[in-house]
Design a protein around this ligand. Sequence first.
Ligand code: MRU
Length: 377
Amino acid sequence: MADQYAQSGEDSRPTDIPTIRWEEPPEGPVVVLLDQTRLPAEEVELVCTDAPALVEAIRSLAVRGAPVLGIAGAYGVALAAARGFDVDEAATGLAGARPTAVNLSVGVRRALSAYRAALAKSGDAGQAAIAALVAARALHREDAEASARMAERGLALLDELLPGGGHRILTHCNTGSLVSGGEGTAFAVALAAHRVGRLRRLWVDETRPLLQGARLTAYEAARSGMAYTLLTDNAAGSLFAAGEVDAVLIGADRIAADGSVANKVGSYPLAVLARYHHVPFIVVAPVTTVDPDTPDGASIEVEQRPGFEVTEVAAPQVPVTGVGGGMPVAPLGTTAYNPAFDVTPPELVTAIVTEEGVVSPVTAEALEELCARSREV
Ligand code: MRU
């Protein structure tokens, strides 16, 4: 696989299949996803013909990562409308499919509002369905644009914080093209650094239990020709201690009004390590991830995932004996603590990079100002 992708810094897409797209074959409209549960072994499409199929794809993480969840939610509403299903019911199901990434409900609401406004104006469900699709497409396009602007601002910040260049960046989970209409959030910044020759190494946390780092970020890094190295989550401490990390770059699923950042579980320990070792801890996320209605970190609902994701390792080639269909790595009946996310308090975050600007230091006032500015645009 590596040869095929060797040093292709200009190849901005990580796969030959777009992460998400809308299609209108003769049988009716569909939302087509790249099934991320099958990566990196196979690039397989998942075709969703209705909102419940999309809800299942979201729950199973076939499509995942905050920005693209918003896009999926919006397309899901458009799909229900175009196929003549109950749009309100579809919207409720989609918005509730996963609780932590605020982008999902933001995307659903945007398409639903467009649908309702067009229906109220024209009284025509067909027109309203078109309006929902237009809204979903606009969100998709805007996310791609936001991604490019975050990359630019993030790279400028890295250069400012680390004037020597040759950045060694540690990242967690997956934040590239697979989570976005564009090139992603934190990963897009690392990619921008790579393209101008300033990325010395991307350290990729494997990201237990579902291995988004090993399966997806390593995949995207390899395709982009980046110098990257995979580590177990537990190895991050010794990497910091060895002075091998210049900055941590992560994404976010929800940023509360006070600047608390919910992101993939394992992010908070990295923030603590970064503070101890005087390394910048930088969060990269679109403004849609900032949720002014969530006052603080304690108010963020953290998704709890099934225990079998921890007690088993998904290995389809191994005889299936575990309750979740994977290979058990703990005695049967073992219970597991499996929060999908953790929350980093604002005082541990050096900066939040958005498409509208950089917030540093991270304060409620600065975030509020950023959100107000983005509403004016
Ligand atoms: O459970 P996942 O894979 O959806 O978690 C994704 C993350 O935690 C990402 O870091 C986050 O959505 C930011 S992506 C821009």
